[in-house]
Design a protein around this ligand. Structure first.
Ligand code: SAM
Length: 194
């Protein structure tokens, strides 16, 4: 991803390095009360789970039930499930967490996840480029969205293709939304690879 010479991999399959998920979990794990976009006690859904790289980190920490699906079966969860065609979240799910496919699809994933979580006052956590929110057209999802909570920026650039050489070029952030904490000023957090 950091190197434009790489051909784009089919269905944008770039698994999330585990330290990225640990990084954002660490920011919120000791935070008490309702002002917390990570629902440590709720059922949760990884709707583009790939081989389960995010799930493997979340499962021991989030006490609710896991739902893991993907358009393509990659040996984890349930395949053949187009997230954008799902009319509702599984009953009990109060958090949708993924690293979505890129480009326009990412925007559709965010908007759809927010629609699905609205009726349950749930939260949405998605990994995108750090500058993803620097777009006038996307302000409806960020500054102008009532559930936008903020972002957790990784100060280490992830390497998307294991074993690749050269310096990764792009910064990434976890974007956070929570219907339980509406109309707040967005907050910014930072973490780095441990
Ligand atoms: C960037 S990869 C991330 C995989 C996994 N979330 C992770 O973080 O390791 C994006 C994933 O989105 C899946 N995907 C693409 N379009 C999809 C869709 N419409 N519905 C569900 N999954 C989709 C791909 O198959 C791929 O596994």
């Amino acid at each position: 991803m950091g190197n434009s010479n790489f051909a784009r991999i089919s269905h944008d399959y770039y698994p999330t390095p585990s330290w990225m998920t640990y990084g954002v979990l660490d920011l919120f794990i000791d935070k008490q009360g309702l002002d917390n976009p990570i629902r440590f006690d709720s059922d949760w859904w990884e709707p583009a789970c790939g081989e389960g790289h995010i799930c493997d980190v979340l499962k021991p920490v989030i006490r609710g039930k896991e739902y893991a699906t993907d358009l393509i079966y990659r040996g984890y969860g349930k395949g053949g499930c187009d997230f954008l065609k799902q009319k509702e979240a599984p009953a009990g799910v109060e958090m949708i967490w993924t690293n979505p496919p890129y480009g326009d699809l990412a925007e559709k994933f965010v908007a759809h996840a927010l629609d699905l979580m609205k009726p349950v006052n749930g939260s949405v956590i998605m990994l995108m480029r750090n500058e993803y929110d620097c777009s006038k057209k996307r302000m409806k999802l960020f500054r102008n969205h009532p559930a936008y909570y903020g972002k957790a920026v990784s100060t280490t650039r992830p390497r998307w293709i294991e074993g690749s050489t050269g310096s990764p070029r792009h910064n990434y952030a976890w974007y956070l939304w929570d219907w339980r904490c509406q109309n707040q000023e967005p907050r910014i957090f930072y973490f780095n690879k441990q």
